[in-house]
Design a protein around this ligand. Structure first.
Ligand code: GLN
Length: 537
């Protein structure tokens, strides 16, 4: 559509957690809905090469792309909003930038020069920013700069943005700065000073914001917008209010009402049209007008943190809308579940999801939960570790292998029904070494999975080291847990189902990563449907 790719940089000021990712995704949605091929990338200023080695307590869920990149959870929002896959190129960290510069230095590529933050690190950042743009696949690339302006670790990124705007030319690169306009209840006033300071901080690095997006709990009055425009060197129409929304899926409409897409396109010298949000708004209508509600238990060990299971929670929102039902997700800490209290904790639920995870903490509670739902015909979805726990439970309580376990939890177990993959045994590095990304799976025709996917071959995303141990496959299948999905090349088990149960499905992969507003994941849709049926019964 355009001859050169246009770049939009999104920076944040005043505080973190203002929702830069959602603003970026919403703007991208509005531009995409006007026919612009748009993508979003995130630059994270931490030293980890990727978030794969980060504890969910630190940084929320680790999102995984088709090409096996372990990424920031904002990429999940990008995919859910745009219904388009992202890749390794969409997430870059300081660690990755330095790693690549240091590798180049070792190869002698800098020809004896002193390697420095400027220009070498900033050049690497600039190159990474432009990878997607240079692919020719996009008219517009939105780059979200993680962290807050003024942080030491953000400086090289802001400097790279400053340089790039010069390189690209004025209307090929613009900066949207997201800030907070706090409300002081004692004074009964909205305050602009933090925004003024944050814009000034950005200017000290030579970057003038073109557009301000102001997060606020109250509507910004006209005179306040005028004041912000005057003090911050932006046009009044470029002061955009981002008011707290009841759902993140309202934000594209809110941004459209504020004219964000219009100012952006004008600044970039592109023509604007009315975005076609028909499908999006149909989803919103269904999401906001449920006919009934159900409660599904989410059993995990990071349940107190919203961000740790982000994609699962969003997948339930998509699947709920599809079924016109409100899905209440009840977080249940697996560490506190035991044989005695399991009925009390799970008895009222219409469905139970046992979450992915790593390590030993809380796994016996997960196993007790699986047993309870299996024996009481409650619809069950086990994801990754959740599926592995289902296999262990079945092996222990149905097959009779009392000591069945995963070698992740007990390396010397007598019955390693879940065990480490052969090619993982020699690996000592933790980062980026799991079975990652999209893998094929062949589905048995006579199965729930086949009814769900309506296809014999699917591709889903993985992130794990351990597997169903096929030595036990015959024994487990004979007892009634069937491997209904396997990898066609390696025969690794991808899906298990319990025969004499209304809806019991465990998957070694992560379906939640692929659920989007436009394409709710069929497995979540079917699981919610099964829970709904269970409620009616
Ligand atoms: N810890 C398990 C494994 O590595 C499961 C991983 C997960 O749930 N993502 O195989």
């Amino acid at each position: 559509m355009t001859t050169t790719t246009k770049y939009i940089f999104v920076t944040g000021g005043v505080t973190s957690s203002l929702g830069k990712g959602i603003i970026a995704a919403s703007l991208a949605k509005l531009l995409q809905a006007q026919g612009y091929r748009t993508t979003i990338q995130k630059l994270d200023p931490y030293i980890n090469v990727d978030p794969g080695t980060l504890n969910p307590y630190e940084h929320g869920e680790c999102y995984v792309t088709d090409d096996g990149a372990e990424t920031d959870l904002d990429l999940g929002h990008y995919e859910r909003f745009l219904n388009a896959p992202t890749s390794q190129a969409n997430n870059v960290t300081t660690g990755r930038i330095y790693q690549s510069v240091i590798e180049k230095e070792r190869r002698g590529e800098f020809l004896g020069k002193t390697v420095q933050v400027i220009p070498h690190i900033t050049d690497e950042i600039k190159e990474r920013i432009q990878i997607l743009g240079k692919s020719g696949d996009y008219d517009i690339v939105i780059t979200e700069i993680g962290g807050t302006v003024g942080d030491i670790e953000s400086l090289p990124y802001v400097e790279a943005v400053r340089q790039l705007r010069w390189d690209l030319g004025e209307d090929n690169g613009i900066v949207i700065h997201l800030t907070l306009v706090p409300y002081l209840s004692a004074a009964g006033e909205l305050k602009t000073k933090p925004t003024q300071h944050s814009v000034k901080t950005l200017m000290e690095s030579g970057v003038q914001a073109d557009i301000l997006v102001c997060r606020t709990e109250h509507n910004l009055p006209k005179d306040l917008r005028k004041k912000l425009a005057l003090f911050c060197n932006v046009r009044e129409e470029a002061v955009i209010q981002s008011i707290d929304a009841s759902t993140i899926y309202d934000v594209p409409n809110l941004m459209q009402d504020q004219g964000l897409d219009k100012v952006v396109l004008k600044k970039l010298g592109l023509s604007g049209h009315t975005p076609d949000l028909t499908q999006w708004n149909e989803f919103l209508k269904r999401h906001k007008n449920p006919k009934t509600e159900i409660t599904i238990g989410l059993i995990g060990k990071y349940v107190e943190l919203q961000d740790s299971y982000k994609s699962i929670l969003e997948a339930f929102i998509h699947a709920g809308a599809e079924n016109e039902v409100k899905v209440n997700v009840e977080p249940i800490h697996s560490e506190y579940i035991n044989e005695e209290n399991v009925k009390l904790k799970l008895g009222h639920l219409q469905g139970v999801l046992v979450a992915p995870g790593f390590g030993e903490r809380g796994i016996e509670g997960k196993i007790d939960a699986v047993r309870f739902v299996r024996e009481n015909n409650i619809p069950f979805l086990g994801i990754c570790l959740g599926m592995q726990m289902a296999v262990i439970e079945f092996a222990r309580n149905v097959v009779g292998l009392k000591e069945a376990n995963s070698t992740e939890m007990d390396a010397k177990t007598k019955h390693p029904v879940i065990s480490i993959m052969e090619d993982q045994k020699s690996i000592t590095n933790m980062g980026g070494t799991m079975r990652l990304g999209a893998w094929d799976c062949s589905i048995k025709p006579d199965s729930i999975a086949y009814k769900v996917y309506k296809s014999e071959t699917i591709k889903e995303r993985h992130r794990h080291r351990y597997e169903f141990n096929s030595t036990y496959k015959d024994q487990i299948e004979k007892a009634g847990m069937i491997a209904t999905g396997v990898n066609p090349d390696t025969n690794l088990v991808e899906i298990v189902e319990v025969k004499d149960h209304p809806w019991f499905v465990g998957v070694q992969y992560h379906p939640e990563y692929k659920s989007t507003v436009a394409n709710p994941h069929p497995l979540f849709v079917a699981f919610v449907k099964a829970a709904l049926k269970n409620k009616k019964k």
